[in-house]
Write a new protein. Structure first.
Length: 192
């Protein structure tokens, strides 16, 4: 299974606890990456993605929507520095949202991990576009929940599987466990 980093610890691991306990012989490998993996090459049997696959013999189901906001330090200050992801094609939407809030010549700190970005904001180094549930848990201060033009910052959480693996009990069991947890947490994922 491949996923985005922010979903692994709070959602995927707890979702798998009961399943793995009931199935001691079941092996599951969880990988996260900012790069989109190739489901067609069978780099993974399941994926939790925020970008719809463009083609292929894949099954896709939207489980929830992840909401984002511009967050600053808990003390209410608004540093001029922007904390962002490094440039990568797979992060285009997040980078555009970050740029929408950045001053013309604002200094940047780029960090390729979500915990690193959260810590930078928590320590007053800068402001960052972060998932609401991550920022809320870190007690960061919400500065904006919409882009300057008024659009919401949100992305779908999609469960993607190979259509030819849909009947696999192993893949189906993991997909069901993860889906149930994401669906149960829909509200926490979407709202500030």
């Amino acid at each position: 299974m491949t996923s985005i980093e922010s979903l692994v610890v709070p959602f995927i691991v707890p979702a798998l606890a009961l399943l793995l306990d009931a199935n001691p012989g079941l092996d599951v490998e969880i990988l996260f990456s900012t790069a989109t993996i190739n489901m067609h090459r069978h780099d993974a049997d399941l994926a939790l993605r925020m970008v719809r696959p463009e083609r292929g013999h894949l099954r896709m189901r939207q489980l929830a929507t992840m909401g984002f906001g511009l967050y600053g330090p808990p003390d209410g200050t608004r540093p001029g520095r922007v904390v962002a992801w490094p440039e990568a094609a797979s992060l285009g939407t997040l980078l555009k949202w970050t740029q929408a809030f950045a001053e013309a010549k604002a200094p940047r700190l780029t960090v390729n991990t979500l915990p690193g970005q959260v810590e930078a904001v928590r320590h007053g180094i800068g402001v960052s576009v972060l998932p609401h549930f991550v920022a809320r848990d870190a007690r960061l201060r919400l500065l904006a929940d919409r882009l300057p033009g008024g659009e919401m910052m949100q992305r779908p959480i999609l469960l993607v599987t190979h259509a030819d693996l849909a009947a696999s009990r192993r893949v189906g069991s993991v997909a069901e466990a993860v889906s149930e947890e994401i669906i149960r947490q829909r509200r926490a994922l979407a709202e500030p």
